[in-house]
Design a protein around this ligand. Structure first.
Ligand code: ADP
Ligand code: MG
Length: 905
């Protein structure tokens, strides 16, 4: 069908529908026939392949080799216990593989659930009424209403449009917006590039459109090429790369050490099998098996927590960047304020009236009817149904104006809209042309600076006179006065058009100024607290708004963004004259507001801040904001008022448009980074008491205090859940009382290594060795004496060594919850997973020590109460020493801070 060549009415008829849309029954029928308007997911790798993948990771391969060697050794020299080692290693590979698989499964499920949080909705006309439907429900024959910034949801034929331009980049690669018109295409026009065709996957760059859907889902042009684009992989975050790199490094390091000591051991005359166990033990002790899956899960669970706090993360890496944000550039309307508007005041003929004043209303409506006509008809609202009642869908400001107008004047419900020059944030005004009994009129509303300059006449007391300088300055004063109270001020103007009018820019000239409307938009109640948090956390908040400087300043004051007498207010006009270095200097000012700025200026501000090595988060909602959103470190789009295009360009979406949610997300972002350090510290710490026994075994020729199987029982068993628990800790209340982390700061740094290996780890190692020797000595063992592998005394001693490590780690998990805060200042019950982890540790410990099975598998024997009395105090020592270290750390940093001059705490 050559739908682009038909006139609009024929096109509509050809799809057996009408201008007022399909009936609901017919739409349902077509939905069954054609299926949902979505693209089938490209089939992913089968489950079993993905399951198998878990067992072919680098670490698994290392362990497979170890197991293989053990079995070979058993065959070579039976009876050395090698088969048991081999089997254990295999069990470990299986358990850890299944654990990783489960973690990845959780990751996928969480991400899938998150992607459903923000369904794409479309305004559809059915049975003459507009309603918002998920785009999946569109069927051929539907009439959709599209506006600037919307994605085109299916292949459509334009049937009515004002100033429509499309961005076809996604399909044709053509980046310049192209004009689209409703008329039929010429004979030789191609269907794809047809001037009246809107293709799925493209977006509306400007204007307003009514369009007829003719192809949905896989039958769209986009559907035909989609399989090419869908297979792009998920971006890996720098943090994940760092972790991957780190664990590879540790793994290789472990193998090298293992091999080196094997060779040294052989040279020193250690029997082959002892040296072999030794090498495998070292490798297993050092390989960080659970690191990567735990990290991914920690990141994804953080995005889930953020979603619960109304922030949808679109790119996983942003979770980390968020934590180091130093500046937030935020919109005002809707983000800092509620975006619930009411007209408070009107200024007509130079006099102010309160909008609530009933007695004046009739009089005003007579003398200033055009003013109310503009308020009533100059908008992009759509009449629709919500919860069963007729409402206007769209900009709350326009709804407020309409509401005021319908109370003042009675008019037919609609004068047909003939044309429109749409609102855009750079023009800051909107004009519509309507057919009235008196002929066509142009109605215009917008920012006073943008509208009054187009006016040559003014309506006053029912008469139209020349707009003299005196009246202009009066208008400015009235505007200032309203803006000063935080109101958003709009100027309304109009002009009767000659019958022979034409669509061009000159339409908007020679207007008659009708009056001003002052709208109130109260700040969101959560915002002052969020701003306070930012200040405390060393994050700057810069308001960047399209609104008037005085309005901006009044709101900023109300929410605590401006506390001094005189903030620096830079208007877009001033900014245009600023050089880059002037802008740079201005940005050093503590309190700065940008007002009446355009989208490209927002971009310039972001660039300038980046130049200053700031980590910039910026909010935006319109099409024009997309470049700034892409360019900032974190682009934040609005979930409610934002356009599809802005959301696409953003790294995260605010589901409630609320500034406070940004601050919550930053808090979570900071927490994630800290959490990863916590579990890193925790699992690195247990590597030391696992390693030291082997060194002692070789250097001092003592019985081996800890077998490879026992090491695995800690790495893969007892510590697994507690480590995960640390990875998903809720943000520490103090996390927003510190300055942002520097971007250069690496995850794995010296303080972390020193604390994990040479402090916590070393103390644990000393304790474990002490426990081992205590049991040996009290059993009458003398230095130099050899013990058989199945000697009851030896079994008890290794059990004591293993038990000590487990007990120390049970305590250590609580110590690792903060780098510098005392455990006594933290609520131990905030994290239930840690307690489940502790329960697991204790259960496994009892199983290993006191059941025949546990004894047989792990090569242990029950240990006495006396041994426990010796072991347990070490846990206390660990707590005391770590508390002491933390105390010193806190006081030393405080000292340093106090000594630095000019540092504001
Ligand atoms: P903000 O930063 O407050 O969201 P915008 O960029 O949305 O500002 O709007 C800038 C200015 O444009 C507003 O102060 C107002 O004067 C004008 N304006 C906003 N929306 C409309 C609209 N729908 N029609 C006409 N003018 C508008
Ligand atoms: Mg806005």
């Amino acid at each position: 069908m050559q739908i682009h060549k038909l006139p609009a009415t024929d096109a509509i008829a050809s799809l057996r529908t009408t201008l007022s849309g399909l009936s609901n029954v017919e739409a349902q029928r077509r939905l069954r026939e054609y299926g949902a308007n979505s693209l089938a997911q490209v089939s992913r790798k089968p489950l079993w392949l993905r399951f198998l993948k878990e067992f072919t990771q680098l670490f698994s391969i290392i362990l497979w080799i170890a197991a293989g060697l053990a079995f070979m050794a058993e065959w070579w020299a039976p009876g050395q216990g090698m088969a048991r080692l081999g089997i254990t290693v295999v069990v470990v590979i299986l358990v850890s593989g299944i654990f990783s698989f489960w973690q990845e499964h959780r990751v996928e499920q969480t991400l899938a659930a998150l992607s459903k949080l923000l369904p794409q909705q479309v305004d559809v006309l059915r049975e003459g009424k507009t309603s918002r439907l998920p785009r999946e429900q569109l069927v051929p024959g539907d009439i959709v209403l599209l506006a600037q910034g919307d994605h085109v949801p299916a292949d459509c034929r334009l049937i009515e449009g004002f100033g429509v331009k499309v961005n076809n980049a996604a399909i044709t690669g053509e980046s310049l917006p192209q004009t689209r018109e409703a008329g039929p295409a010429g004979e030789d026009d191609q269907a794809l590039g047809g001037k009246n065709i809107l293709l799925a996957g493209t977006s509306i760059a400007a204007g307003e459109a009514k369009a007829l859907v003719f192809a949905t889902g896989p039958r769209t042009e986009f559907g035909k090429i989609a399989h090419l684009t869908q297979s792009s992989g998920q971006a890996t975050s720098p943090l994940r790369q760092e972790i991957a790199h780190l664990s590879r490094l540790i793994g290789i390091f472990a193998i090298l050490i293992g091999l080196t000591f094997f060779v040294i051991g052989r040279i020193a005359g250690i029997p082959l099998w002892d040296a072999f166990i030794f090498a495998i033990g070292i490798i297993i002790a050092m390989v960080p098996e659970g690191l990567q899956p735990t990290l991914t899960l920690a990141l994804v669970l953080a995005t889930q927590r953020m979603a619960r706090r109304n922030v949808l993360i679109r790119h996983l890496p942003s979770v980390e960047t968020l934590g180091s944000t130093t500046v937030i550039c935020t919109d005002k309307t809707g983000t800092l304020t509620k975006n619930i508007m009411t007209v408070k005041q009107v200024v007509l003929g130079g006099t102010s009236y309160s909008a609530g004043d009933q007695s004046k209303r009739e009089l005003l409506a007579k003398d200033y009817r055009p003013f109310f006509m503009v308020a009533r008809f100059c908008h992009d609202l759509r009449e629709g149904e919500q919860h069963g009642s007729q409402v206007f869908l769209g900009d709350p400001m326009e709804s407020a104006l309409v509401e005021m107008a319908v109370q003042a004047i009675s008019s037919p419900s609609d004068y047909r809209k003939l044309d429109e020059i749409p609102f855009d944030a750079d023009r800051m005004r909107q004009s519509t042309v309507h057919e009235t009994p008196e002929g066509p009129v142009l109605l215009c509303k917008g920012a006073p600076e943008m509208v009054t300059t187009l006016c040559t006449r003014i309506l006053t007391g029912g008469k139209i006179i020349v707009f003299q300088e005196e009246a202009r300055s009066e208008t400015r004063t009235a505007q200032e006065a309203m803006a000063f109270q935080g109101m958003r001020v709009l100027a309304l103007a109009y002009r009767p058009l000659p019958v022979s009018w034409q669509h061009d820019a000159a339409m908007e000239e020679d207007l008659i100024f009708a009056g001003l409307a002052g709208l109130e938009d109260p700040p969101r109640p959560e915002v002052p607290e969020a701003i306070r948090k930012c200040h405390q956390a060393g994050i700057r908040v810069i308001m960047v708004t399209g609104d008037h400087p005085s309005t901006a300043q009044a709101i900023a004051r109300e929410i605590g963004l401006v506390r001094s007498g005189k903030p620096l207010v830079v208007s877009g006009e001033k900014l245009r004259d600023f050089s880059d270095s002037q802008l740079g200097l201005a940005l050093d000012e503590t309190e700065i507001i940008f007002a009446r700025v355009t989208a490209d200026q927002k971009m310039r501000i972001v660039e300038a801040l980046k130049q200053k090595q700031q980590v910039v988060a910026v909010t935006g909602d319109g099409v024009n904001d997309a470049p700034a959103l892409k360019n900032a470190h974190i682009g934040i789009a609005m979930g409610i008022t934002g356009t599809d295009v802005a959301r696409e360009a953003a790294d995260m979406v605010l589901l409630d448009d609320n500034f406070a949610s940004i601050v919550n997300a930053i808090e979570e972002g900071r927490a994630v980074f800290e959490n990863i350090r916590k579990f890193l510290t925790y699992i690195l710490a247990h590597n030391v008491p696992e390693l030291i026994p082997y060194l002692a075994f070789m250097l001092f020729r003592i019985p081996l205090p800890l077998s490879p199987i026992q090491i695995l029982s800690v790495d893969m068993g007892t510590d697994s859940l507690t480590a995960l628990g640390l990875g998903i800790e809720k943000p520490d209340p103090k996390v927003m009382e510190q300055p942002p982390r520097s971007q250069q700061e690496r995850l794995f740094n010296w303080p972390l290594v020193l604390r994990a290996y040479f402090f916590l780890g070393l103390i644990e190692a000393v304790a474990a060795m002490a426990g081992f020797f205590f049991v040996l000595q009290s059993g009458g063992w003398l230095y130099g004496q050899k013990l058989a592998m199945d000697d009851p005394l030896y079994l008890q001693a290794t059990a004591a060594c293993l038990s000590t490590i487990i007990v120390m780690q049970i305590v250590n998990v609580f110590l690792c919850r903060s780098r510098s805060r005392s455990i006594f200042s933290m609520n131990p019950f905030r994290n239930s997973l840690i307690w489940w982890g502790v329960l697991l540790e204790i259960t496994l410990l009892l199983f290993i020590d006191y059941t025949p099975w546990g004894n047989a598998i792990f090569g242990t024997a029950p240990i006495s109460g006396k041994a426990w009395l010796f072991i347990l105090p070490f846990a206390l020592v660990l707590v005391v020493l770590e508390e002491l270290r933390k105390w010193l750390a806190r006081n030393l940093t405080n000292l340093c801070i106090r000594q630095k001059p000019g540092y504001k705490v």
